[in-house]
Design a protein around this ligand. Structure first.
Ligand code: ATP
Length: 326
């Protein structure tokens, strides 16, 4: 565990009665990095965040945040973190701006500084138009963004964001990503949980996949993809030619899926440079005409499925029932 890590956990265990929410979790996030925590429902993500933000005590193990032990120095930790949890903590009878200024002042900012930061965050999170309306009239997505602004009002060195973009429309999600990147650009270290694999792919420097209270895989998005998934080749022929499978065989791994009309072939491939060219040449040598060739790199969806045996919440990929196996 590097001494410079801003978030570090070693052997965290948490039990609720007979439920083991965390079964020995290690994490390490260097300064200025984003760790994306992925995992199916009930994997232990929120429990880990609660321990790291001093809201819950581990039964075993230890954790340090911004250099302070969460168990022995909780006040020091709290002073250095921002937290956007899944349950909102906003005052319904204040406006968005008043909420932010109040939180800033309660945390020790001068009023003028709290106002300045509130205006900046409201603008960055695209809430300027609603800033002076009571929060009780805010939509779910607006509340979520205001919660994020609240977590950032102190410009904390460490941010914990539990599913920061759940329920946001695509444009708002992109806006939130920009704000998070901006915080990291200013030196902030971020741990975020997400159900959206593309979010982890775009934002996170490293990913930890949780399942059943353990980290079952970790690494950069690229490392996880290359370790877990193989690329897929998809070829569309001008006309059905059964011998195409034989011609392509040296490039392929495992089964070849052939569509019912016999024109589309799909298979896992050993990734190599010039793969599409090699596929076209092999088919050309066999006198087979090709309409389309595509090489799909593995996605985090493939990784998640391979690791947990479950599809991520946002995975809309459906099996294609019309296909047979050659
Ligand atoms: P989700 O994606 O649904 O938020 P998660 O990965 O955050 O899931 P946790 O909320 O950490 O998962 O829950 C891990 C396990 O611990 C689950 O089985 C959950 O039911 C259990 N658990 C969490 N908090 C409590 C609690 N306060 N009392 C009892 N069981 C709990």
């Amino acid at each position: 565990m590097p001494a410079t890590a801003m978030i570090e956990a070693e052997g965290l265990v948490k039990r609720y009665g007979t439920t083991v929410a965390l079964a020995g979790v290690d994490l390490s996030v260097p300064p200025g990095a984003i760790l994306g925590v992925l995992g199916p429902n009930g994997a232990g993500k929120t429990t880990a965040i609660r321990i790291l933000t001093t809201l819950s005590h581990p039964d075993e193990g230890r954790a340090r945040v911004a250099g302070f032990d969460v168990a022995s120095h909780p006040a020091e930790v709290r002073r250095r973190i921002g937290v956007a949890a899944q349950d909102t903590t906003l005052d319904e009878l204040l406006t968005g701006r008043q909420n932010l200024v109040m939180i800033g002042q309660l945390s020790g900012l001068r009023r003028s500084e709290a106002q300045r930061r509130a205006t900046d965050l409201l603008e960055r999170l695209e809430l300027s138009d609603a800033a002076d309306r009571l929060t009780k009239g805010y939509s779910g997505g607006m509340r979520r963004r205001l919660d994020l602004a609240a977590s950032m009002i102190m410009a904390p060195p460490v941010l914990f964001l539990d599913e920061p973009t759940t329920g946001l429309d695509p444009a708002s999600r992109l806006g939130v990503w920009e704000v998070i990147r901006g915080m990291v650009g200013d030196g902030c270290t971020v741990l975020l949980t997400t159900q959206y694999l593309d979010e982890a792919d775009h934002l996170a420097d490293t990913i930890a996949v949780f399942d059943h209270g353990r980290v079952i895989a970790s690494g950069t998005p690229q490392q996880l993809k290359s370790e877990t998934g193989s690329a897929r080749l998809e070829v569309t022929l001008s006309a059905p030619r059964p011998e195409a499978v034989l011609a392509l065989r040296p490039l392929l791994e495992g089964e070849v899926h052939v569509s019912h009309d016999g024109r589309r072939l799909r298979a896992a491939v050993r990734n190599q440079d010039g793969l599409a060219t090699a596929a076209v040449r092999a088919l050309d040598r066999a006198g087979i005409l090709v309409d389309d060739v595509q090489v799909h790199q593995p996605s985090l969806d493939d990784v998640f499925l391979a690791l947990t045996g479950r599809e991520a919440a946002d995975d809309e990929t459906a099996a294609e029932p019309e296909e047979a196996t050659a």
